[in-house]
Design a protein around this ligand. Structure first.
Ligand code: FES
Length: 572
């Protein structure tokens, strides 16, 4: 290709003092002169870290991507972004999704890069880096790191996260010993990779493949399968060609592609977190998604994938059954199959004539695992800007329910009282947790599926209606209403709920109602005081000030859209 068209040549193609500066320091890594002379420079954005176990193998994967880039005539340069794993970071990794998106965006824009490979895995590592990349809009391909192999405990499969909640409940109910609980810990995460249920990481990998941002079939390949390495190598090849073809993200991230992702999420039983992340990514790409889009496009579609937490199997089984291409072909009549993907072909061209090797795992449209499996969006006076529930992960009988509220003012109040034998609660109550929203916590943690009172678990209760302004792990289950907006900390009606109020959930009617007269709510509001912000300096304070509500994707308002890839001022 014409070297003058390469963005990187604005740095490396100069014959003046600044060209000297840009090349000379890079030469200390041993790059020969011809690497600076007209080769597409590919940035490999790596979310690897020892502190992010689901992405710990990506250090090696970057080398494999580099092989592919070199082979295709490109110049690969790897760079890190702040890595953030779900399982270690306090108070919740969601707090930093926007920060990592800024890290990725500014690193990409500020450097001599022509194309980008995003190496992702654990939940937020995919949306954060993609949000950043979308705001720059260079040719970009995603290499999802892949799920772990199936967890195996005493002859049975156990799934990441999903098993954690089940084992914890069994321990609390007295049906699992401490020793068995400890043994299971070592049996669940037994290989490199991210959660192998349809949790948020698998949901995000599915999402990027459905959007057309990976090579076909990439998302389900286990992290330790050699074909994952082949996929990484081929992605390295392909990104160089994408630069030559000027196949930018904006040509792929169209409204139709986002609609496809919503529909595919229903068919795979994906996480409710998709709503937040897809909305935020779309916002960077200049596409406006509303909560109503998710219900209208997705809620009537059937569940085709029999995978935990909505079903029985795990990602390894799904890969052996054929992976996402089988679902994409099965769902073709519902999708915009003319959407362009990173390999230059359409979604339909990539996913035609795909064999399925296990119909127990991937069902046909005519015989789905479950009818109408998508995420339902609720409205009502308890969630004036909306709330969401995942019916596929809920107890069917509780989807229409009216009960007495038992209210916890914040997470500390919940921990203090939930297992108190004196707590006035029965199985028909509705548990309400406040102050776990984007502003209130801050960062909207995955506590929406908070555990039931121990005394009810011991009595055999397995599910109750729970309502909060927080999120739920994609690996979790239960009749839980999430993402209530406006959240309680900014004065949404959730803040006004009191013990004993009646709350009515009607998922078929899409409503969530606090059965308290408006006059009484107005009276309560007069006495309501917002909680003190949980931070008054640093990034957390910026987050509290700038974060948008859940129905808008929890991005910062000032990050919406993009600034493109042009940098008008030079280093000196
Ligand atoms: Fe990283 Fe589940 S904790 S993907």
């Amino acid at each position: 290709m014409d070297p003058k068209k390469l963005r990187s040549q604005q740095w490396f193609g100069r014959d003046d003092k600044m060209g000297f500066v840009h090349r000379s320091w890079m030469r200390n890594q041993g790059h020969p002169d011809h690497m600076f002379r007209g080769k597409p420079v590919i940035g490999i954005c790596n979310t690897w870290s020892d502190l992010s176990p689901c992405n710990a193998h990506l250090r090696d994967f970057a080398e494999i991507v580099k092989r592919g880039v070199y082979e295709a005539g490109g110049f690969p340069l790897e760079f890190p972004v702040m890595s953030f794993g779900e399982t270690l970071m306090k108070p919740t990794s969601m707090l930093w999704r926007n920060l990592v998106s800024m890290d990725a965006e500014e690193t990409i824009r500020a450097n001599p890069l022509d194309g980008i490979v995003l190496l992702t895995g654990c939940d937020k590592t995919t949306p954060s880096t993609l949000m950043g990349a979308a705001s720059v809009d260079l040719p970009t391909i995603v290499v999802p790191g892949g799920p772990m192999l199936n967890g195996k405990f005493r002859g049975k499969d156990i799934g990441s996260g999903t098993a954690t909640w089940q084992l914890d409940e069994a321990r609390k109910a007295g049906t699992l010993t401490r020793e068995e609980f400890a043994e299971a810990e070592a049996c669940m995460s037994r290989s490199a990779g991210h959660c192998m249920t349809m949790g948020t990481a698998s949901t995000m990998a599915t999402m990027v493949e459905a959007l057309g941002l990976t090579l076909p079939g990439a998302s389900a390949i286990p992290a330790v399968d050699s074909r994952k390495k082949v996929m990484a190598h081929l992605s390295g090849n392909r990104i160089v060609q994408m630069v030559e073809e000027d196949l930018k993200l904006s040509k792929i991230l169209t409204r139709k592609a986002f609609e496809n992702a919503i529909k595919v999420n229903s068919a795979v039983g994906g996480s409710t977190n998709l709503i937040l992340h897809l909305t935020a990514i779309a916002g960077r790409a200049g596409v406006k998604l509303t909560l109503e889009d998710f219900d209208r496009l997705g809620s009537n579609l059937p569940l085709l994938l029999n995978l935990m937490p909505s079903g029985k199997y795990l990602m390894e089984d799904y890969f052996y059954a054929g992976g996402l291409p089988v679902i994409l072909e099965e769902l073709a009549g519902e999708l915009h199959t003319d959407c362009l993907t990173v390999n230059g072909k359409t979604l339909g061209e990539n996913n035609t004539g795909i064999p399925c090797y296990d119909r127990e795992v991937i069902a046909r449209m005519g015989q789905p695992v479950q009818e109408q499996a998508g995420i339902a969006v609720l409205t009502g006076n308890l969630c004036e800007q909306g709330a969401v529930i995942k019916p596929a992960a809920a107890t069917r009988e509780l989807l229409t329910h009216k009960g007495r509220a038992v209210v916890f003012e914040d997470i500390e109040d919940y921990h203090r009282r939930i297992d108190d034998p004196q707590l006035d609660v029965d199985k028909d109550c509705v548990l309400v947790l406040k102050s776990v929203g984007p502003v209130g916590y801050p960062g909207m943690p995955e506590v929406g599926n908070f555990a039931l009172p121990a005394k009810l678990i011991k009595a055999g209760v397995t599910d109750m209606v729970r309502i909060s302004d927080g999120r739920m792990s994609g690996t979790a289950y239960g009749t839980v209403v999430l993402h209530v907006a406006p959240e309680s900390a900014i004065g949404g009606n959730l803040a006004l709920v009191r013990d004993g109020d009646l709350i009515e959930l009607d998922v078929p009617a899409r409503s969530l109602t606090l059965c308290v007269p408006d006059e009484e709510l107005s009276e309560r509001r007069k006495h309501w005081k917002p909680p003190a912000p949980r931070a008054d300096r640093g990034y957390a304070s910026l987050y509290i000030r700038e974060v948008e509500q859940a129905d808008q994707g929890c991005d910062f308002g000032f990050l919406k859209g993009g600034s493109g890839s042009e940098v008008t001022r030079n280093l000196h």
